[in-house]
Design a protein around this ligand. Structure first.
Ligand SMILES: NC(=O)CC[C@H](N)C(=O)O
Length: 361
């Protein structure tokens, strides 16, 4: 059994066992308290540049599904075409797996994609550290040492966004432009199964010449303020009346385009049980989340209001325009993995598009 080290920016070093690739990697260390869903989380492009600490004590016991099986031109069981995290930290790694959909061992999959994992470390102590001191930079060290690396200084969206336009359900009556900032596959599935045409465009694409009925802005990695081209394009869309919907990074980008500001949370929200409340109601939803930044809704621009708030820390979980059909959420209604309480938001978006097109009164 090979040993590796997890080294934090403050010098703290924890030794553990290697699994996956025996390699060194540096990034931002974040923790995720979800009990399941490691194949989906590991392939979520929003985790790009991050070393994920899973607090659930046993990881790997249901294996990993096939990463090559495709349905409708997208990976059937993954949230993107590859592992996006930089490294994985778990307490107990189970090399044995049992699941109807299990195809390979988690360690084998990580190794194939050259992603290091470390296990046999106290993930509760690490999580307490991150909660008390905030997210920090870190590295997994095998043989060779590395510099620390802060992914939030790089335009990660450019690295994960697709490079050319791609259409799904071509020819459908309702056409939605999806700005791909690192979109999760389940967002695409949620639209495709509702029968709309999806025009998936790169993060910096000028979509103003396309024919479409609604604009959707996806999730994505890193600091939202670095998505300057997307923010400028959204600004133009907000002067029009076409419906706009954004998820996670998309929520932050619409907020920035409207004139609000973002800030970095101390340790982020990464789990499948984040409670949010819909403004003006007592309706609470349990949501799946993965974000390190948030919109500051203490001073929203004129015309905008808070749509959802987080019941744990009161931070903004979405905004909406008071008159125009624009709304966004910080959590993940497509929930992969996680609870599907808020998937109805896709239907609401399609309904406001129908209203906008005069098909619904
Ligand atoms: N899942 C996301 O879209 C994350 C958005 C942004 N990168 C953040 O960490 O806040």
């Amino acid at each position: 059994m090979k040993k590796v080290k997890l080294v934090f920016q403050d010098g703290q070093t924890i030794e553990g066992n290697s699994f996956g690739a025996y390699a060194s990697a540096a990034g931002e260390v974040v923790f995720n308290t979800a009990m399941i869903g490691y194949p989906e989380s590991l392939t979520d492009p929003s985790y790009k540049g991050q070393i994920m600490v899973m607090t659930f004590p046993i990881v790997g016991n249901y294996g990993v599904p096939s990463e090559t099986e495709m349905i409708d031109e997208i990976e059937a069981f993954m949230e993107s075409h590859k592992i996006q995290v930089t490294g994985l930290v778990v307490s107990y790694y189970s090399d044995e797996f049992s699941h109807w959909n299990g195809f390979q061992k988690l360690g084998e999959w990580l190794e194939k994609q050259n992603i290091p994992g470390i296990y046999g470390v106290d993930t509760r102590a690490i999580t307490k550290k991150l909660r008390e001191e905030g997210s920090t930079l870190g590295k997994i060290i095998a043989e060779n040492d590395l510099e620390f690396y802060d992914p939030n200084l790089d335009n990660l969206v450019d690295q994960v966004s697709l490079k050319e336009i791609k259409r799904y359900n071509e020819g459908s009556e309702i056409k939605i432009v999806l700005i791909d900032c690192g979109v999760k596959n389940n967002i695409i599935r949620c639209f495709v199964k509702r029968g709309v045409e999806l025009i998936r465009v790169p993060w910096n694409y000028d979509y103003s010449t396309l024919e479409y009925d609604g604009l959707f802005i996806s999730n994505g990695p890193g600091d939202p303020t670095l998505c300057d081209v997307t923010i400028e394009n959204i600004k133009k869309s907000l002067t029009e009346d076409k419906p706009v919907f954004g998820i996670c990074l998309g929520n932050q980008l619409v907020g920035l385009a409207a004139g609000a500001s973002t800030f970095k949370l101390k340790y982020g929200h990464r789990s499948h049980n984040q409670p949010v409340v819909m403004a003006g109601t007592k309706r609470c939803f349990i949501t799946s989340q993965n974000h390190g930044f948030a919109l500051d809704d203490s001073k929203l621009p004129d015309g905008w209001e808070t749509y959802f708030s987080n019941l744990n820390d009161g931070t903004c979980e979405g905004i909406r325009h008071k008159e125009k059909p624009f709304f966004t959420v910080q959590f993940h209604p497509e929930a992969m993995g996680g609870p599907v309480d808020t998937e109805f938001l896709f239907d609401e978006f399609i309904n406001v598009i129908k209203k906008y097109k005069g098909e619904l009164v």
